[in-house]
Design a protein. Structure first.
Length: 620
């Protein structure tokens, strides 16, 4: 049983659960701990002897907002990150952190050092601050663009900007139902502040680039880059005498794919002599087909600096990337968009100043279970818990179906079947799948009607609790939860041979935190298993439950058909933590050649019991 506060914290009454009895749950003996031998389970491949490279995602992929339907798009293009050059990288990073942004990754590129920042709300595109390391002198203080932040409290955001060393040139004032203000960062970049009732703290909602010919730039960004015009505005500024004077004209462009921050094309009308050409600014795009996208740019008469190809920068992990320029020399980076989500990103439950801190950003985005009959298992979880199918993926050694919970909360559940040629069918694993449900009795009936087993719900501390088995024999826990609309995956349990050693690894290396330790009984005085319930310090995803059976059974803890898919900020560094802990990194994070994942950065490791750990880059 896990709590309703936060993404999937455990019960508010967790301590009382230490004494919980399952009252001799009668499921025809199906609730005994899983036993069996390791027959039919292939051992993992040997781990590489060298430490993983320090790779990270320079342009983290974004997902549609919950409930948003993907619009039709010729290219799938959207702005995943916007970069600005800075004089002092450390000072600039600290400045934007003071505004609520979170450092996500550091990369060493061929000619520059980059720091990728995610907005406090986990929305919009990323901000990349970079400093060139090629010895060429550049003026970082004459960028004729802007960064636009939508914020919950415009006055507080403006105060933070000043406290961090910036200048508030125009305090937030009412404008069309919002408070709008302007300021300057440490490198004189224009920062626009706009209040937004939907913001929980702040996010990068738009990025402005200066252009010498506004109409020509609009035509290129719309026709070649596949953006669409949202509005054209004429912006004025105070004239010091109580009136206004012209400042700049702008086109606000949105992605046709429905993701990422807007791009604002800006041309100044105040008579100032702006330098529009070859500024240290870049726009990074995710697109369906980088080669075709580069061809569109070339056909529009703009230079393709480097055709899309496997990156030579070690820090990029071998992803496909190309570069081009717009009519004013703004750098355009082109990355491939993943065609499917094997481990869909999860929005943070808390943001801003109250957001949990995390050294790695790690959270459980999906938990996987191997099954003998994939279609039957998918049908069971759909019928029993109202799960919906997100994607079907043909992986290199297995077929996967990714399921979302009915409530679209918690982590995804991945059911998979090994490719033909694998020996034996997967045995039930000595763990569990935990669902929080609105109506426990109805869920029990649904489980039974779908072909599973479940005990009658037992009243406990204002909740109803049941245990059962899916058709493959895997343990399922059902707990009533008042805040559930229907049901969601609240936690995923894995069996471990050494509970304390596993806790140390998952906490110290994988960056989880202990919520509680419980001793679960089958009946009063009859032990069943001990468990640690772990949550993500990043404040996202379902809990991970480490389980060790104390009922005298002999579960097969080793090499079960189970996987944990983890989203992290810097996959290379995370894999290195595992490597340094003495556990196997089977595949160092790199651009996967699997077509189903579209070159996403993916690594594979294992815990001490052989549970597969998939490591993927976190999008926000």
């Amino acid at each position: 049983m896990l709590p309703s506060t936060g993404p999937c914290p455990h019960l508010a009454h967790a301590r009382a659960l230490v004494r919980r009895s399952l009252f001799a749950l009668a499921v025809a003996g199906g609730l005994a701990a899983c036993g069996g031998s390791d027959d039919g389970v292939a051992p993992p491949p040997p781990a590489p002897a060298t430490a993983p490279a320090d790779v990270a995602d320079a342009c983290p992929a974004l997902s549609l907002a919950p409930g948003v339907v993907a619009p039709a798009s010729a290219t799938g293009a959207y702005l995943c990150a916007a970069g600005i050059g800075v004089t002092d990288l450390t000072a600039a990073v600290n400045f934007y952190k003071a505004l609520g942004l979170r450092e996500k990754a550091r990369l060493t590129r061929a000619d520059r050092e980059e720091v990728v920042l995610a907005s406090a709300d986990g929305r919009g595109s990323h901000l990349v601050l970079f400093r060139h390391a090629d010895g060429v002198s550049r003026d970082y203080r004459q960028n004729p663009g802007k960064l636009v932040f939508y914020v919950k409290d415009a006055a507080a955001f403006g105060a933070s900007l000043v406290a961090a060393g910036g200048t508030l040139t125009s305090p937030p004032a009412p404008y069309q139902g919002r408070l709008v203000g302007f300021g300057r960062d440490l490198d004189n970049n224009l920062v626009e502040i706009a209040s937004d009732a939907a913001a929980r703290h702040s996010y990068l909602s738009a990025v402005g680039v200066g252009v010498s010919d506004l109409e020509a730039a609009r035509a290129f960004y719309v026709d070649a880059l596949d953006m669409k015009v949202l509005a054209k505005l004429t912006v004025a500024k105070p004239d010091g005498a109580g009136g206004t004077t012209p400042w700049y004209d702008e086109y606000i462009l949105q992605s046709s794919a429905g993701k990422g921050a807007a791009v604002v094309l800006m041309h100044y009308t105040d008579g100032s002599a702006k330098v529009y050409a070859d500024r240290p600014v870049k726009l990074s795009w995710r697109v369906d087909d980088p080669v075709a996208y580069a061809a569109r740019i070339s056909a529009a008469g703009k230079p393709v600096v480097s055709a899309p190809a496997r990156a030579t920068d070690v820090s990029l992990g071998g992803v496909t990337v190309g570069t081009a320029k717009d009519g004013d020399g703004t750098l355009l980076e082109i990355f491939r968009a993943p065609p499917a989500e094997a481990c869909a990103p999860i929005a943070p439950a808390a943001v801003g100043a109250s957001a949990p801190s995390s050294a790695t950003g790690a959270y459980l985005c999906a938990a996987g279970v191997g099954v003998a009959d994939l279609d039957a298992s998918v049908a069971f979880y759909k019928a029993a818990f109202g799960m919906t199918e997100r994607a079907r993926l043909a992986r290199s050694d297995r077929s996967e179906v990714v399921l979302d919970s009915a409530d679209r909360r918690g982590s995804q559940l991945v059911l998979y079947r090994a490719s033909q040629g694998a020996s034996g069918a997967p045995r039930p694993h000595p763990g569990k799948v935990v669902f929080y449900v609105k109506d426990a009795a109805a869920s029990v009936a649904a489980v039974q009607a779908a072909g599973g087993q479940a005990s009658p719900p037992v009243a406990y501390a204002g909740r109803q609790v049941s245990f059962g088995r899916d058709p493959e024999g895997n343990l399922v826990e059902i707990t009533s939860e008042p805040t559930a609309v229907a049901s969601y995956l609240s936690a995923f349990g894995i069996g471990v041979s050494d509970l304390e050693a596993a806790r140390a690894f998952y906490v110290d290396t994988l960056d989880f935190k202990v919520l509680t330790r419980l001793s679960v009984t089958k009946a009063p005085g009859v032990p069943w298993y001990d468990e640690y319930i772990l949550t993500s310090p990043a404040g996202r995803g379902s809990a991970v439950v480490l389980m060790h059976f104390t009922d005298g059974s002999a579960p097969a803890y080793k090499d079960n058909a189970v996987k944990l898919s983890l989203r992290v900020d810097q996959p290379g560094r995370y894999a290195r933590r595992i490597f340094d802990a003495g556990l196997p990194v089977l595949t160092a994070p790199t651009a996967t050649p699997e077509p189903a994942l579209g070159e996403a950065l993916v690594g594979v490791a294992a815990d001490a019991d052989g549970t597969r750990l998939e490591i993927l880059s976190s999008p926000n």
